[in-house]
Write a protein that binds this ligand. Structure first.
Ligand SMILES: [Zn+2]
Ligand SMILES: [Zn+2]
Length: 139
């Protein structure tokens, strides 16, 4: 495949991810850097992808596609079909703030599209209100 076709596909996948995100909540990818924790999560994910240490589902192809990743499954990147496998496995996991580690039954879900990657996270009330970046990201 030539570079132009690949770039077109990458842009289409990124657009698709943003559209999906828009259907579940807000999207302010430009604000990623306003919370070092979020920037760190995305950085670690990109590093895992770049160094081939990310755990991909078997459907992930080299061609651009919408991918799913979560804060509670670091290094895992899966296709749309496998996304339900990323749901928190235990009650403990489901009630833990991904950012500060606090256990609470009031976890707020957030998501952002980074390129064609939909990144989901769950934060406690303290963390969700700590930065304006999270308010529009609430699902
Ligand atoms: Zn898959
Ligand atoms: Zn927290």
């Amino acid at each position: 495949m030539n570079a132009t076709a690949l770039a077109d596909q990458a842009e289409a996948a990124a657009r698709d991810a943003r559209r999906k995100l828009a259907s579940i909540g807000g999207d302010r990818p430009a604000d990623i850097a306003s919370d070092p924790w979020l920037a760190e999560q995305i950085g670690a994910l990109l590093l895992a992808l770049a160094t081939d240490t990310a755990r991909l589902c078997r459907h992930v192809k080299p061609s651009p596609m919408v991918l799913h990743a979560t804060a509670w499954t670091p290094g895992r990147v899966v296709c749309e079909r496998c996304a339900p496998q990323l749901r928190p496995a235990t009650y403990q996991q489901d009630t833990t703030c991904d950012r500060c580690g606090e256990h609470t039954s009031a976890i707020y879900s957030g998501a952002l599209a980074f390129g064609s990657i939909l990144f989901t996270f769950g934060l406690c009330g303290g963390c969700i209100h700590s930065s304006p970046v999270y308010r529009p990201a609430l699902i």
